[in-house]
Design a protein around this ligand. Structure first.
Ligand code: NAG
Ligand code: NAG
Ligand code: NAG
Ligand code: NAG
Length: 174
């Protein structure tokens, strides 16, 4: 119920925000994994802004090791970034009660993102979780042409992100 409520609030405001708790692997409440998960998530609110918008951490020993990453969109004021990460961490702890991996992203005041897992994911491409967002506008373009333009755009975007040398924010690590 809390998750559904959260979703409907986000849907009503038309924001691309989400909190998917992945049902791939589960832990026991109050176990070592649970403790490590809370510890690593609460460390993000101060560390993400202190590390120029991107921070990854891990806590504990296998099989209770928890990996987490937090990031804010470049240019976010440190307080705004911290507040976004903090509300996300709380939301994850409150909503994903037993899931060993979950993500959070929010885009109202700023764009921030959190992800945690029992496996290391830094540097690896992952296409899940995904959220469908419908476009209410008419697509007047030929679908084949649209698809080709879309693939080109996303490919160039990926290359630009990967080769970013901007060190003023943490752009180089996106
Ligand atoms: C995981 O399971 C819960 C409870 O059934 C559900 O609400 C949630 O949407 C599921 N998560 C995903 C990512 O499908
Ligand atoms: C964060 O990720 C980098 C690789 O990009 C790794 O070298 C580093 O050890 C990680 N930090 C933690 C605390 O896991
Ligand atoms: C952004 O959205 C979240 C979730 O709906 C809400 O808790 C928060 O107060 C909002 N922040 C602002 C600045 O509107
Ligand atoms: C879309 O354009 C391509 C060429 O770019 C053409 O082969 C195809 O038949 C067109 N499809 C439609 C539905 O018009």
């Amino acid at each position: 119920m809390p998750l559904l409520f959260f979703w409907s609030v986000l849907t009503c405001t038309g924001l691309v925000s989400a909190l998917p708790c992945m049902n791939t692997s589960f832990f026991t409440p109050f176990s070592t994994y649970d403790t490590n998960c809370c510890l690593v998530l609460t460390s993000l609110a101060s560390n993400v802004p202190a590390n120029r918008g991107f921070y990854n951490a891990s806590i504990g020993q296998s099989p209770n090791k928890v990996y987490a990453t937090g990031m804010c969109i470049p240019g976010t004021e440190p307080e705004v970034c911290s507040a976004c990460i903090m509300s996300g961490s709380y939301a994850l702890v409150e909503n994903c009660l037993i899931q060993k991996e979950a993500s959070f992203w929010q885009s109202n005041r700023t764009l921030c993102m959190i992800r945690y897992s029992h496996t290391s994911f830094i540097g690896s491409l992952k296409l899940e979780p995904s959220i469908d967002v419908s476009n209410p506008m008419d697509l007047r373009m030929n679908a084949t042409d649209f698809s080709r333009a879309w693939k080109g755009l996303t490919l160039r975007m990926g290359q630009a992100i990967s080769s970013n040398k901007d060190t003023t924010w943490s752009g180089g690590r996106y």
